[in-house]
Design a protein around this ligand. Structure first.
Ligand SMILES: [Zn+2]
Length: 253
C-alpha cells in the first residue's frame, strides 16, 4: 500500500502495516498532514539496524545466519526497512550477500535471513536453475561491488525439482520453456541417479545447489576472488518445516 504526498520534492512512501496504521488511525486530511504524521510515526518507531555492511565472507555469513536464527525462533528484527534507510541508499548500495533461491513463494531470502533494504542481491529461478543470465547476475555483486558472499539456497519439497525429476525419469519433456529448467537441472538428476537415496527429489535438490555452488566457486571470474579470500560461495538447504537454513558446503572458515 502506498501513500503519495504531492508537494514538490517530497516523497512517495511505501509503508509497513504498523506505521500505516499509526498514521491513518489518527485521521488523514491532507497530503502535508499525512507527511507530517508519517514523519512522526517514523521518529517514534525507527526500524532497528543490524549495523554496517559486513565486508568479509565470514562476517557476511554470520550476519545472515544470525538473521535465519531470528526467523527460526520468531525473534525477527526486520532491520533497516524504513524511509531513513531508503533515503540513505537512494544513490548507492553495497549489498553484502548475493542469494540465488528458488521461485517458491515460501522461500523469500529477505524474510528467511531477516535482512533489510540494500542488504542482498537476490536471484530466483525454478529449482535454482542457472544459465548465462542468472550466472551473470550472481557474478555482478562480487565482481562489481565487492559482495563477499554468495549463497545458493535450495529447499525442502521443491516443486520444480520434483517435476524435473519425474520428467527425466519418464523421459518426457516438460511443456514449453519449462523444458529449459529440465535441461539446467539434468546434471543434478544424473548425479542423484548414480546414488541410492530414500528420497531422490530431496537428494536432487541438494545436489543442484552443491553443483551450482561448486561451479560458481571455480568459474573463471569468481575463482580468483575465492582464492584471495574475498568471496565465499555457500550451498544451503532451507527447511519448510522449521525455517532453518542448513549449510551444505562452502561455509567460510
Ligand atoms: Zn523450489
Amino acid at each position: 500500500m502506498s501513500i503519495q504526498a504531492d508537494a514538490p520534492g517530497r516523497r512517495t512512501l511505501l509503508t509497513g502495516a504498523a506505521s500505516l496504521a499509526a498514521v491513518c488511525l489518527v485521521g488523514c486530511s491532507s497530503a502535508e498532514e499525512i507527511d507530517e504524521k508519517i514523519d512522526g510515526a517514523h521518529k517514534a518507531a525507527p526500524a532497528p539496524s543490524t549495523g554496517g555492511s559486513p565486508s568479509t565472507p565470514k562476517a557476511a555469513y554470520e550476519r545472515l545466519m544470525e538473521g535465519n536464527e531470528r526467523w527460526v525462533t520468531n525473534a525477527l528484527r526486520h532491520p533497516d526497512r524504513d524511509p531513513t534507510r531508503r533515503q540513505l541508499l537512494a544513490t548507492n548500495q553495497q549489498p553484502y550477500g548475493a542469494v540465488l533461491s528458488c521461485i517458491d513463494s515460501r522461500v523469500p531470502p529477505e524474510l528467511v535471513f531477516d535482512t533489510g533494504l540494500g542488504d542482498l542481491f537476490v536471484m530466483r529461478s525454478g529449482g535454482t536453475a542457472v544459465g548465462p543470465v542468472i550466472t551473470g547476475s550472481i557474478e555482478y555483486g562480487p565482481m562489481i561491488s565487492g559482495t563477499p558472499l554468495i549463497i545458493v539456497l535450495g529447499h525442502q519439497r521443491c516443486g520444480a525439482v520434483s517435476a524435473v525429476y519425474k520428467a527425466l525419469r519418464a523421459d518426457k519433456p516438460l511443456p514449453g520453456n519449462l523444458q529449459a529448467i529440465t535441461e539446467a537441472l539434468r546434471p543434478a538428476y544424473e548425479q542423484t541417479e548414480r546414488g541410492n537415496h530414500a528420497d531422490p527429489t530431496e537428494a536432487m535438490a541438494k545436489a543442484q545447489v552443491k553443483l551450482t555452488a561448486n561451479a560458481l566457486r571455480g568459474n573463471r571470474d569468481l575463482a580468483p576472488l575465492v582464492t584471495k579470500g574475498d568471496l565465499a560461495v555457500v550451498s544451503a538447504y532451507y527447511s519448510l518445516d522449521t525455517g532453518e537454513v542448513e549449510i551444505l558446503n562452502g561455509a567460510p572458515a
